[in-house]
Design a protein around this ligand. Structure first.
Ligand code: MN
Ligand code: MN
Length: 450
């Protein structure tokens, strides 16, 4: 089996299309750093492409609690024959502010955080950070907050120990323990409020929050404020062939999926795109893929067609569906090649990566796609000229991971993981290949066109 860089098969014209697509993708990355912002961008694009909240229409979407979106395009075949589903997620690893985050110490105002998802904590110190999210006021009003993204905005950071003094405290520790979760404390201010004796720096910050956002200290309790890297998406490499940005797991699948579903016109099979929340912490909760929202949405769709959406109909629709679980994989790292088994690893720039199974220690927790379905997807990719590769996440027993696949496989549908391979996955600055992102878009489009 010979695989090579996908760029070798691309013409000058193809490369231009790939680079043009990347400009739109980078714009999405900058505008959608949180799940709520992603929902806003996605619903804007869907509305612009003729999607409607009315479930009797041919193009329908629905939003669950500002954190999950589903979009449906009616096909010419009977819905009872099942759907073609592509699911990606729009949450990303980050630091959430605690519910009582603010305090003052050594003349500094500081914010306590609780990290969300799998991060390497040492990667979050000594770099510029932004704060995004919402505050729900006592009267029910929502105040949107986004600080650190405008060119003139201040940013925040988490202090690290200077090398001169880290010898005893930090240097001899394991990498995973050198920065503890409770030490991920955000530097938030240092000006004291004039005429105040007790906690003057904290009081100054509280006064600013009141003046700027009408917010009190108690309002942190009813807020969701996410600390994310303040960098913008940028081209990487002298040849600009790669993209560096925060949150590419899984915007690297979600954005190609958005473009694909927006462009679906008159499909044979009924098509569904899911932009899910909470994947990074197990897909649970009211906005995770395990919630009943999928069934509620399908009830509305089936009823909207004038059919009766009883439980057995919805069960049959889901059972006969075919799905791509679109999520990223870890590309072979040039400097740590030993964690990969290179004959079965994914490589940056070799196209969309099909992953038959995930899991850890003997495939535990994996949704292992049936060979018959793998063959069906491979045939589709080959027939439509998609650049694809196959790859598993790391050597046997090296570690592992999971995706939403198993939560949809519960319904008995065919489902396989696929998506772009990233370098520095789950870091504040993940790297993708422009070609891989574009091949995801082409692959999802081909899947919907079956
Ligand atoms: Mn993911
Ligand atoms: Mn992830």
């Amino acid at each position: 089996m010979q695989r090579q860089s996908g760029w070798r098969s691309k013409s000058k014209q193809d490369i231009k299309a790939i680079y043009d697509f990347s400009e739109r993708y980078k714009d999405f990355l900058d505008r959608a750093k949180t799940e709520r912002e992603a929902v806003r961008c996605i619903t804007e694009a869907l509305t612009g492409s003729g999607f409607d909240l009315d479930p009797s229409q041919e193009r329908v979407f629905a939003v669950n609690r500002n954190k999950t979106v589903m979009a449906f395009v009616r096909g010419s075949s009977d819905i009872i024959e099942g759907l073609n589903v592509v699911v990606a997620h729009i949450d990303a690893p980050r630091l959430d502010l605690k519910q009582n985050p603010l305090y003052e110490d050594v003349d500094l105002a500081l914010l306590r955080t609780h990290y969300y998802g799998g991060i390497k904590k040492y990667q979050w110190v000594a770099c510029p950070l932004a704060i995004h999210g919402v505050v729900i006021k006592a009267d029910g009003r929502t105040v949107d907050i986004c600080i650190g993204e405008g060119g003139d905005d201040p940013v925040f950071m988490i202090d690290d120990l200077l090398p001169h003094l880290s010898h005893r405290t930090q240097d001899g520790k394991k990498l995973s323990e050198a920065i503890e979760g409770e030490k991920l404390i955000v530097l938030f201010g240092s000006l004291p409020l004039a005429g105040t004796e007790k906690e003057p720096v904290k009081q100054y910050i509280l006064k600013m929050l009141e003046d700027k956002y009408g917010m009190t200290e108690d309002d942190f309790i009813t807020a969701e404020l996410e600390v994310v890297p303040a960098f913008k998406a940028r081209d990487v490499g002298l040849d600009r062939s790669m993209i560096g940005a925060y949150g590419q797991d899984d915007r690297a699948s979600a954005y190609p999926l958005l473009e694909a579903i927006c462009r679906v016109k008159g499909p044979r099979r009924n098509c569904l795109a899911i932009f899910a929340d909470k994947e990074e912490i197990g897909s649970e909760g009211s906005t995770g893929i395990q919630s009943y929202f999928l069934k509620v949405f399908l009830d509305d769709i089936v009823n909207g067609m004038g059919l009766k959406a009883d439980e057995s109909v919805i069960r049959k629709v889901l059972y006969d569906s075919k799905a791509l679980s679109a999520d990223v994989n870890g590309a072979v790292n040039p400097t740590f090649q030993e964690v990969h088994e290179k004959q079965n690893a994914s490589y940056l720039g070799r196209g969309i990566c099909l992953t038959k199974f995930t899991g850890h220690r003997g495939k535990t927790g994996a949704s292992d796609a049936n060979a018959e379905y793998v063959a069906e997807v491979v045939r589709l990719f080959n027939d439509t000229g998609i650049v694809w590769q196959t790859g598993e996440l790391g050597r046997v027993d090296e570690g592992g991971g999971g995706t939403v696949a198993k939560h949809l496989a519960v319904y008995g549908m065919d489902i396989i993981d696929c998506g772009p391979a990233l370098l520095a996955m789950h870091s504040p600055y993940e790297i993708s290949s422009k070609l891989d992102i574009y091949e995801c878009y082409r692959a999802f489009s081909a899947f919907y066109a079956v």
